[in-house]
Ligand binder design. Structure first.
Ligand SMILES: NC(=O)c1ccc[n+]([C@@H]2O[C@H](COP(=O)([O-])OP(=O)(O)OC[C@H]3O[C@@H](n4cnc5c(N)ncnc54)[C@H](O)[C@@H]3O)[C@@H](O)[C@H]2O)c1
Length: 387
């Protein structure tokens, strides 16, 4: 069986999640090529060396430019802050490597356009890690809609709510700085529900939105915390928050449906509430990441007197990805979405074609984020730029 050498850039939250994906994938799925965890990359030697040992990498690099030039690496995985995606991806593509890039694809539409162009020119596999597409219940939702079980789709209603910056003394981490993150709730979490909407309902035709920053100053970060990469140590000096705390927008889809989107990191009690509801002429469905093994479905053609939402436990071997794991009901979690993404990526490398979400999908998501920002400036309905 063939192997492909992997080089992963970034070793904190997503670095850990992706490493787990590469460690697990060949133990549960038949993949060809199998990933070989050649090197992980970070700028600080002691940190990246410790990460390599803990996460199961053969070695490490302290400069991504050296990583992408290595002959024993065929796939470069970019799991770094948004301001670095453009440079690292372009370097990897120029070196002829396949690429997996974390979401959102870039920090601006201009960068995303250049990355899409470079990926097309390189002719390699280049995928964006919108991992929530690969929750089995999300795949089932997509199947039900594609099969026409919900009839004509009229409403998409999505929220992505978190609460980790609700405390005003939480420090000014990179996700709160525009030059590093591109935007706040918009690019960090609304990007996920835009991609899910594109996957499940289809292209968004126009948007109009609001963006707010409620806590305008925060203590400057003095050291980065561990764990999920969302924690940090604060100093006494204050700095300006330059991104949105919360973004809300209305959308009209090309297929005729209307949609609402809300993303905030200031919703106390909502830890990682990524949820959507779809209403069609023949039924509805509801998904919530905090109960990701479940899909609620209502069908109007159920017999009279028996109508109501049913909750499907999406772990049956007949469900997407589920047969590779455990017997029905032995539930899956967040980390499995990364294993599924890597499995599909490796299948794509074997087949010589990029699995969705491609860089074009990444660009289309970025174009919606860009249109939302422009609509906030103009106060009017705004169309996303086409690739
Ligand atoms: N798909 C998801 O569910 C999900 C979840 C969280 C984050 N993300 C995305 O993943 C990316 C990383 O986020 P995170 O939460 O892991 O951040 P993090 O702060 O936990 O880690 C960022 C990593 O990037 C490294 N880095 C920054 N610049 C670098 C450079 N020039 N060279 C090498 N390493 C560099 C940092 O050292 C760190 O290891 C972002 O694009 C974010 O939007 C995706």
């Amino acid at each position: 069986m063939a192997e492909i050498g992997v080089g992963l850039v970034g070793y904190k939250f997503m670095g850990r999640a992706h490493s787990n994906g590469y460690r697990q994938v060949a133990h549960f799925f038949d993949v060809d090529p199998k990933p070989r965890m050649v090197a992980i990359c970070g700028r600080e030697e002691a940190g990246v060396k410790a990460a390599a040992e803990k996460l199961g990498w053969e070695g490490y690099e302290t400069d991504y430019r050296r990583l992408v030039q290595r002959d024993d690496i065929g796939l470069v995985d970019v799991a770094t802050t948004g301001n670095t995606h453009h440079a690292i991806v372009l370097a990897a593509l120029a070196a002829g490597k396949h690429v997996l890039c974390e979401k959102p694809l870039a920090n601006s539409l201009t960068e995303a356009g250049e990355m899409l162009e470079a990926a097309n020119a390189a002719g390699v596999v280049a995928m964006v890690n919108f991992n929530y597409r690969r929750v089995p219940a999300v795949q089932l939702a997509k199947q039900l809609i594609s099969d026409g079980r919900l009839g004509e789709i009229r409403h998409w209603r999505a929220v992505y709510l978190q609460d980790w910056i609700n405390d005003p003394s939480f420090p000014l981490v990179w996700r709160l700085q525009k030059d590093l993150a591109g935007s706040g709730a918009l690019g960090d979490i609304a990007a996920h529900i835009v991609d899910l909407a594109h996957f499940i309902i289809g292209p968004i035709r126009e948007v109009v939105g609001t963006m707010d920053t409620f806590i305008k100053q925060r203590p400057v970060e003095t050291a980065s915390g561990g764990g999920a990469g969302l924690s940090a140590v604060r100093g006494t000096e204050m700095g300006e928050v330059t991104v949105d705390d919360a973004t809300t927008f209305l959308a009209r889809f090309a297929g005729g449906a209307t949609g609402t989107f809300e993303a905030t990191r200031l919703a106390p009690g909502r830890r990682n509430y990524n949820a959507f509801e779809v209403n069609g002429s023949a039924g509805s469905l509801v998904f919530n990441l905090e109960r990701l093994n479940e899909l609620q479905v209502y069908l109007t053609d159920d017999p009279d007197g028996m109508q109501g939402f049913r909750t499907i436990n999406v772990t049956d071997p007949s469900h997407p990805y589920a047969a590779a794991w455990w017997p029905a009901g032995h539930i899956l979690g967040y980390e499995h979405t990364f294993v599924h993404a890597i499995k599909d990526l490796l299948d794509g490398i074997k087949a010589g074609s990029t699995p969705a979400p491609t860089f074009e999908d990444g660009f289309r998501c970025q174009a919606v984020l860009d249109a939302v920002e422009r609509s906030v400036g103009s106060g009017s309905w705004t169309e996303p730029v086409e690739p």
